[in-house]
Design a binder for this molecule. Structure first.
Ligand code: SF4
Ligand code: SF4
Length: 110
């Protein structure tokens, strides 16, 4: 089923709320600083489990969400965080985010 899910019509996992759920491993912060992207390393907020999370907008979306071509695309996609890179489309968590966003019916079996 996951192959038919289209992230560009979704973006639910990048709109998880303002409480720092999209976590950033410390190595990512080092990587961005080494690349000269201090702007990314600094666009963070306290995250769950005492970790660091991506800063969010008032509507709960990650500050990096949205490009001129798509509201659901990541504008740092090529160098996005490890958590983002490893997030699996079609996983239970993906489907839960989609359900919470109203993109799947409650209890839908995929
Ligand atoms: S919630 Fe799933 S389908 Fe939606 S953007 Fe994230 S990975 Fe893609
Ligand atoms: S960095 Fe990109 S992929 Fe990761 S949560 Fe933000 S918008 Fe989504």
């Amino acid at each position: 089923m996951s192959e038919v899910l289209d992230c560009l019509t979704c973006g639910a996992c990048c709109r998880t709320g303002t409480d720092g759920r999209i976590l950033i491993p410390p190595d990512d912060l080092v990587r961005w600083r080494r690349m000269g992207r201090d702007d990314i390393a600094e666009a963070v907020q306290p995250g769950h489990f005492g970790m660091t999370g991506f800063a969010t907008r008032d509507d709960g979306s990650c500050v990096h969400l949205g490009t001129p071509g798509s509201v659901n695309a990541c504008h740092i996609y090529e160098i996005r965080g490890t958590t983002c890179r490893e997030f699996e489309k079609g996983s239970p968590q993906c489907l839960e985010f989609r359900k919470d966003a109203g993109l799947e019916k409650k209890g839908l079996t995929l």
